[in-house]
Design a protein around this ligand. Structure first.
Ligand code: ARG
Length: 459
């Protein structure tokens, strides 16, 4: 009792500091479900290949069932003395069923065991994240459909550029999160090979069947090299890379919500239950959730850096450094999970101030490009010349304190005699948006077409 499972060649137990730096049960107990799954598959395979007797296998499987019940009911004794989830389960199995428990680890090492457990966990995390991102996409689609024709300013350099619709803006994020989904799906497909049976590093002399455990665990095939199987964590890195890019997208949208919610912009508000107040300033309504989505991206990106730094200098095969793979991955997915959930809630609840956005869409000479395009189309001016004439028109309008659409015809004709009153038709933000009918452009018809396409893709 309380002895290590590897104590045979040792005379002394680990010192306190040895145990303190070595222990990982506080973190890797999150792998318990995957660990039991892997052990059951391994046990059944050992029985099917005749490496274990049927009665030993039965004893082990029912012991594992008891352990599962204990964990689910919060009665399982997670003990630091047994270091990690794998040895905690095995030690408990020994207390429960005695001798046969010692046969479960035949043809297996913790090295292939942890590689298997962790792959299963990361694979589940990819599946969960994909579902969450699709939920966020659906929320964005619904709002984009509501506001497919509502105008807002489009910015470059955060300066007014050209009018767009709010639906178009939201659909930009649907595309981004769509690529994030496909990155997680790619990572999942590539990681879906079975490390179990690589044993410590060199494979096993027992007649194991790695194809059988692969099939039971939902892997496409066994990994082709036992050294690689226990050594690499590229599946976790690739997933963290996808998570980092995705967190970056969430963070940009969060930043826009923060900006849009300032009284200076006043484009959107969030309901009470998604904002917070100040303990001193009674007037405050703060977008804390959006700010924290923005900040969680830092954790996710940090996780990629942490794990790639842990891995980059390790000789093959397993080194204990690799135990440090789990904290960053767990933290990253916890952060991403919260960020995606909070973003989905904010998107669903955003209250756009469409009138204010429309006014902003038409200010800042946002239809100047439309004037230049008109000069090209109607008067056959070279675009550079048209750009120059329009620049002068903007300068004149700015001087008179009016918008381009309010600039008297005589002023325009002084700059370019061919201009007629027809030009005013293209100078409203509505006309500007409506004219941008190119595929993927901001015209409401185009936006609605993309919404319809994504709706069918997501159903
Ligand atoms: N707790 C270890 C980890 O997470 C399990 C593998 C230990 N293997 C070993 N050879 N010490 O990486």
């Amino acid at each position: 009792k309380g002895q290590t499972l590897w104590g045979g060649r040792f005379n002394a137990k680990p010192s306190e500091i040895m145990q303190a730096i070595n222990v990982s049960i506080g973190v890797d107990q999150r792998l318990w479900e995957q660990d039991l799954r892997g052990s059951r598959a391994h046990c059944r395979m050992l029985a099917a290949t005749g490496i274990l007797t049927g009665s030993d296998a039965q004893a082990i499987l029912s012991g594992l069932d008891t352990i599962e019940a204990e964990i689910r009911e919060g009665r399982f004794p997670f003990r630091d003395a047994f270091e990690d989830i794998h040895m905690n389960v095995e030690a408990r199995l020994s207390e429960l069923i005695g001798e046969p428990s010692g046969r479960l680890h035949t043809a297996r090492s913790r090295n292939d065991q942890v590689a298997t457990d962790f792959r299963l966990w990361v694979r589940d995390a990819c599946d969960r994240t994909i579902e969450q991102l699709q939920g966020l996409q659906r929320a964005l689609l619904a709002r984009a459909a509501d506001h497919a024709a509502d105008l807002m300013p489009g910015f470059t350099h955060l300066q007014p550029a050209q009018p767009v619709t709010l639906g178009h803006h939201l659909m930009a994020y649907v595309e981004m999160f769509g690529r994030d989904v496909s990155r997680f799906a790619d990572a999942r497909a590539r990681m879906n090979e079975n490390p179990l049976g690589a044993a410590a590093l060199a494979g096993s002399p027992f007649p194991i069947n790695r194809h059988a455990t692969a099939a039971e665990l939902g892997f496409d095939r066994p990994m082709g090299n036992s050294l690689d199987a226990v050594s690499d964590r590229d599946f976790a890195l690739e997933t963290l890379a996808a998570a980092s890019i995705c967190a970056g997208h969430l963070s940009r949208l969060a930043e826009e919500i923060v900006i849009w919610m300032t009284p200076q912009f006043g484009f959107v508000t969030l309901p009470d239950d998604l904002t917070t107040g100040s303990s001193i300033m009674p007037q405050k309504r703060n977008p804390d959730a959006a700010e924290l989505v923005r900040a969680k991206a830092g954790r996710v990106m940090g996780a990629f850096v942490a794990l790639s730094t842990v891995m980059k200098g390790l000789p093959l095969a397993y080194s204990k450094d690799m135990q440090e793979d789990k904290p960053p991955v767990f933290q990253a997915f916890d952060a991403l999970d919260l960020a995606t959930g909070a973003m989905t809630a904010m998107v669903a609840a955003l209250i756009p101030n469409t009138e204010r956005m429309r006014v902003a869409a038409g200010s800042g000479f946002s239809t100047a490009t439309d004037l230049a395009d008109w000069l090209v189309r109607e008067l056959n001016l070279p675009f550079r010349k048209a750009h120059h004439v329009t620049g002068h028109a903007v300068k004149r309008a700015e001087g008179l304190g009016v918008d381009l659409s309010q600039l008297p015809l005589a002023e325009l004709q002084a700059l370019e005699p061919g201009i007629t009153s027809e030009v005013y038709k293209v100078l409203t933000p509505e006309a500007s948006c409506a004219s941008r009918q190119s595929f993927g452009g901001t015209a409401p018809e185009q936006v609605r077409a993309r919404i319809a396409e994504w709706k069918s893709r997501l159903s």
